[in-house]
Design a protein around this ligand. Sequence first.
Ligand code: PDD
Length: 297
Amino acid sequence: MIQGVQGNPTVYLNGDWLPLSEAKISVLDRGFIFGDGIYEVVPVYSKRTFRLESHLARLQRSLAAIQIHCSMQLQDWNAIFTELIQRNKGDDQFLYLQVTRGVAKRDHAFPDPAVAPTIFAMSSPFHPPSQELRETGISVVSQPDERWLHCDIKSTALLGNVLARQAAIDRGAAESVLFRDGFLTEGAASNIWIVKDGILHAPIKNHLILEGIRYGLMQEIAESLHIPVQIRRIRQQEIPQADELLLTSATKEVLPIVRIDQRPVGPEGHAGKPGPIYQKIRQAYDRLIQKLRSADQ
Ligand code: PDD
């Protein structure tokens, strides 16, 4: 039994399908030794992946960025995910995929000649945010962004993110919102959005944030709802003046942030409550998921 894991799900490891309890890797795996790997988290609704092509494109970008050469093609990843979903229980799942540089003598430099990457995929039960959470929203805390300068790479080396998330939990909040040099970057494991005067604002996609798959999705949704979007540098001082704050991620979908550093978010009269732009975006997100759930196979 592994703490927090229900049952013994079937996982994929280097070409084999086996129970999680039997999946083993070498202690010399560079993922274990150096955090030298890439990962993805893909949501599944009614046994169908949501935005898989975008996740796989980001996976390929991240692998290329750290020069992990993996012979898997798009159809190979698709085949693994399709089988993973079928082999595991539950209509709603989230899939975790990790590719590391493989197993070799411990040496910071890449193994030469290159070794086969380690490929691991598992499925976990996915419980999309409850109705209550959507209505009450979440609390966050501000934290300095102390991570490295390649946050656009979806690396498994997540110590900065781990410490930031734990700092939030320790202060009774759900997430940390990170600031670098006085500007908003993102959450410990999410993208952050602000709403001001009916406009949705997001930080620029650059090396300081991970381009969430919901980043593009939010832009699409905003466009379909005629909500103007401004992508720009957002100063930390703007946050207390925001009308709304939103958070997006594969597992949190889109959620309203109603308190930051214990102060209610939003204008007087509506402070501390999910705002109207959130409600519209939330409904549009739900419609997309509903469409996926009811799509013909
Ligand atoms: N994290 N920024 C960071 C640092 C993240 O870790 C994530 C997601 C996002 C949002 O990306 P997406 O919309 O593709 O989920 C932004 C996942 C869920 C995780 O690490 O578990």
